[in-house]
Structures are given as C-alpha cells and as structure tokens.
Design a protein. Structure first.
Length: 137
C-alpha cells in the first residue's frame, strides 16, 4: 500500500515539474523576435545590470568592443540591424575617441558574458533543486 502511494506522489511531482517547465518555456516559444541582453556603452569592467530586450524583426544581438589603441576599454550589448554587423566606426565617449567593433549573433541571449547564465540552464538547475528537495531524485 505504501509503495502505491509513493508511486502516485512521484507521478504527481513529475506532473508538477512538467507543468512548471511548460509554464516557463511557453512564452519564449510563442515569440518570433530574438531576445538579447542590453547595456549602454560603458567602461569595461564597470558593473552594470544587463536588461533583457526583444529585438525588432530583422535585427540580431550584438556585443560591442571599444578600443583605444591596443587597450579594450568600452563594452556594450543590444540589438542591431543585420547590415550593420561586423562594422567598425569611431565613437567619442567622455572626450576620448574609441574604435568600436560589433560582433553579432542570432541565438536567444547569445550576447551574454561568460558569467551570465541565461534561460534554460537556470531553469534546469532550479527544477533539479526542487525535485531533490521534494525527494523525487
């Protein structure tokens, strides 16, 4: 009798975890526009909270690198038109002229830095933690 009750609890727990997955992933599956991180032009190494933004159609995520000579000094992230990707131009920032280069990518949150974990990894770790705490694994 105890074994059947435990099996039903495991099935119920699995259904709740599946429902949570569905709830968290459905909105991103319905949206056709790319989601990227945004941060304004800033000095590299300066802490900034990345903001999630949804790119307009025909735009990609980008990471920008601003150089002063051989020194990488500025950074930025956001969305930009495909035709502007891989371009280099000059930018005056706080009185200094930097050479800005842009690298584009076409995956959700692909312009994150290595320290930022996005989307599925965070969701997966959360769900595994919940399952372990519930005694399901």
């Amino acid at each position: 009798m105890g074994s059947q009750r435990k099996d039903r609890l495991n099935v119920f727990q699995s259904l709740r975890v599946s429902a949570l997955w569905f709830y968290l992933l459905l909105p991103s599956a319905q949206c056709d526009n790319l989601r990227c991180y945004y941060s304004p032009v800033r000095e590299k190494g300066r802490k900034v909270e990345l903001i999630v933004t949804e790119c307009p159609p025909d735009e990609l995520c980008f990471k920008a690198d601003g150089r002063y000579g051989n020194h990488s000094a500025l950074a930025a992230r956001g969305c930009m038109a495909k035709k502007d990707c891989s371009q280099v131009h000059k930018l005056r920032f706080r009185g200094t002229v930097y050479t800005m280069s842009y690298a584009c990518c076409d995956g959700p949150y692909c312009n994150s830095c290595p320290l930022v974990t996005a989307g599925l990894l965070a969701i997966t770790l959360t769900l595994i933690t919940v399952a372990v705490m519930a005694g399901n694994l």
